[in-house]
Design a protein around this ligand. Structure first.
Ligand code: HEC
Length: 186
C-alpha cells in the first residue's frame, strides 16, 4: 500500500516537473512569436509603420472632409424637408399631435417613434445616428426619394401636409446621389 502511494507520488512529481518544464518551453516559444509578430506592427516607430500611420490619418481626414461636405448640403437643402416631414418620428424633437392623448393612440405613436429612431435618428444631422453605415443610410434615403414609403401611410392620412412633394423627392435624390458618388460608391 505504502509503496503504491510512494510510486504514484513519484510519478505525479515527474509529470508535474516535465509538464512544468514543457510549459515553460512553450511559453518561451510564444514569447518569441509575439516578439516576431510585433516587428511589422503599427505600434513601433520604424519608418514603415510611421508611413502607414500617416497614410491612415490622411485617409481618415479625406473621409471626414467628405462627410462634412455632405452635411453642408444636407443642412442647406434637405434638413428643412426632414424637419417638416420626418422629425416627429426620427428625432428628439417630436411635436405630438392633439390626438396623442386619445387612449390607444398614444401607445401606437410611442411605438412608431421608438421603432423609427431605432432605424435612423436625424437629431444630430449627418452622420445620422443609425445602426447602418452612412452609405447604407444614403441608399435608403435615395430609395425613399425614388419610390416613397416614408412617412408611413397612416401618418400621411393623419397629417395630410406631411407627404413628400415631387420637389422634396427630387432634392433627396440629388443630395443622396451626390453624396454616394462622393463616397466613391454606386
Ligand atoms: C409616423 C412616424 C414616421 C415618420 C413621420 C417618418 N418615419 Fe421613417 N420610419 C418610421 C418607422 C416606424 C420606421 C421603421 C419601420 C419601417 O420601416 O416601417 C421607419 C424607418 C425609416 C428608415 C429606415 C428603413 C428604410 O426604409 O430603409 C428611413 C431611412 C426612414 N424611416 C426615413 C424617413 C424619412 C426620410 C421621413 C420623412 C420624409 C420619415 N422616415 C418619416 C416612422 C416614421
Amino acid at each position: 500500500m505504502k509503496t503504491k502511494l510512494l510510486l504514484s507520488t513519484l510519478l505525479l512529481s515527474i509529470f508535474a516537473i516535465s509538464g512544468f518544464s514543457h510549459g515553460t518551453e512553450k511559453h518561451d516559444n510564444n514569447e518569441k512569436k509575439v516578439v516576431q509578430k510585433k516587428e511589422p506592427s503599427v505600434n513601433d516607430n520604424s519608418e514603415k509603420s510611421l508611413e502607414i500611420k500617416k497614410a491612415l490619418k490622411e485617409k481618415e481626414t479625406v473621409l471626414q472632409n467628405k462627410y462634412k461636405k455632405i452635411n453642408e448640403e444636407y443642412l442647406e437643402n434637405i434638413k428643412p424637408i426632414f424637419e417638416a416631414k420626418c422629425f416627429n418620428c426620427h428625432s428628439s424633437t417630436t411635436n405630438y399631435p392633439f390626438y396623442y392623448k386619445i387612449p390607444g393612440v398614444k401607445n401606437m405613436i410611442d411605438k412608431d417613434i421608438k421603432e423609427a429612431k431605432k432605424h435612423i435618428d436625424f437629431s444630430k444631422d449627418f452622420l445620422f445616428i443609425s445602426h447602418e453605415t452612412p452609405i447604407n443610410d444614403l441608399k435608403s434615403l435615395n430609395k425613399i426619394g425614388q419610390k416613397g414609403g416614408m412617412p408611413p401611410l397612416r401618418y400621411i392620412v393623419a397629417h395630410w401636409d406631411s407627404k413628400l412633394s415631387k420637389k422634396d423627392k427630387e432634392s433627396m435624390i440629388e443630395w443622396t446621389k451626390n453624396a454616394i458618388e462622393l463616397l466613391g460608391e454606386k
